[in-house]
Write a new protein. Structure first.
Length: 169
């Protein structure tokens, strides 16, 4: 499965990593593996990738840079996919939402997590104890803001970037 993601700045990744240390029974991401999902693109392997990338790059034509802001820590108590709870950094970004909906017109939205159900976020951890997740989510954090000027094509099987595209396109 391939997706289009926003690489997060080091301050966001560091915050996610720091908070993850307080969720010892949960599955966390390794440093450098935090991203912000824009849209799942599909595909089962390398033979699909070239087609998906070309189609996505075409859809991105005219996409400007946009602002994003981490505003707090929240929880998906019952995630539609994978283990729960999911503790995450909540992200506000009208530009990101617009881009997501534009891509949903090109690539079929995944039920319950895309389209109107899309919640921009950076995952801190999955699974573990609900009480511990709630304690972490109750913390106050300072907002972190950045300009999104690059997008990453992400390979979820290998958990790594495949290529990038600079904004504006």
């Amino acid at each position: 499965m391939y997706s289009l993601n926003v690489p997060v700045p080091s301050a966001v990744a560091a915050l996610a990593g720091e908070l993850a240390t307080d969720l010892p029974t949960a599955h966390t991401r390794d440093r450098g593996r935090h991203t912000l999902g824009v849209k799942r693109l599909g595909g089962d392997g390398p033979s699909d990738y070239a087609r998906l990338e070309a189609r996505t790059r075409e859809a991105l034509t005219g996409t400007p840079t946009f602002e994003a802001r981490v505003t707090g820590i929240e929880i998906f108590e019952a995630a539609p996919v994978g283990t729960s709870p999911v503790v995450y950094l909540a992200v506000e970004s009208p530009g990101l939402r617009d881009l997501h909906l534009d891509l949903c017109a090109v690539f079929e939205p995944v039920d319950d997590i895309e389209g109107e159900g899309y919640t921009p976020h950076v995952t801190i951890a999955r699974g573990g104890h609900a009480e511990t997740a709630e304690r972490v989510a109750a913390r106050e954090i300072d907002p972190l803001e950045w300009t999104v000027d690059e997008l990453v094509f992400w390979d979820s099987e290998r958990i790594e970037p495949v290529s990038t595209v600079s904004l504006p396109v």
